[in-house]
Design a protein around this ligand. Structure first.
Ligand SMILES: [Zn+2]
Length: 223
């Protein structure tokens, strides 16, 4: 008798507990797209399961959101929301710089993030090259590089580990056939569209320019 009661109570508590966690996660993913108060970090203890994450990622149509993104800051908001919904991690206060980092067909160089800094830098040469060769690669490529550097900015430093994560996250959100997934799976096969062939240069002056309106979802509590 007692045992039955305990079992029922346990089942009820588990149900409440799981529902709460699921709701919290959905809540977090919804508000992740808007400015949010710092107190939200109190909710970060929420546990995630792969199934729930995938369900949420499927529900937010990242393919459509990327299609609708019209600027570099827009694409970054898609990256940020996706990373939050798939890993539960996020950070604010980042800046985006565009610089001439040169052309390196052998050792491709799309951008970088220096540990301890808060600036993601994109190389403008590949962006220029893409527009001349395969313009439809522009958004998937920018998405890919930003996702890569953003994952670094969250404290993941190992290059191989970051590549694997980027590939997994992109595939789960955008599907196997999406250009961003293909770039993540094998960047090398896209080099001819990303770098000018047979010539390598590194400019004296990178001419770093900061992009306005970047990381707007965190501006409200940084300012
Ligand atoms: Zn890297």
């Amino acid at each position: 008798m007692y045992l039955l009661f305990i079992l029922k109570a346990f089942a009820f508590i588990s149900f409440i507990f799981i529902s709460f966690r699921l709701l919290s996660l959905e809540f977090l993913c919804t508000i992740a797209e808007r400015p949010r108060p710092t107190t939200i970090s109190n909710f970060k203890l929420v546990l995630y399961t792969k199934t729930w994450q995938n369900r949420l990622i499927m529900r937010i149509d990242y393919k459509a959101r990327l299609d609708e993104a019209n600027s570099l800051p827009d694409i970054f908001e898609v990256v940020k929301s996706l990373v939050f919904c798939s890993t539960g991690k996020s950070r604010g206060g980042l800046m985006l710089g565009i610089a001439n980092l040169g052309n390196h067909p052998q050792g491709f160089f799309g951008g970088f993030f220096t540990t301890g800094s808060n600036v993601i830098v994109l190389n403008k040469i590949p962006l220029q090259r893409i527009k001349e060769t395969r313009p439809e690669l522009y958004k998937p490529y920018v998405f890919h590089v930003m996702l890569h550097e953003y994952i670094h900015s969250l404290g993941y430093l190992d290059e191989e580990d970051v590549r694997t994560r980027v590939h997994q996250i992109t595939r789960d959100a955008l599907g196997e056939d999406h250009l961003a997934t293909q770039i993540a799976a094998d960047t090398g096969s896209f080099i001819k569209h990303l770098a000018y062939p047979d010539i390598s240069w590194k400019p004296e002056d990178t001419g770093l320019e900061l992009v306005k309106g970047f990381d707007r979802s965190s501006v409200s509590y940084i300012a």
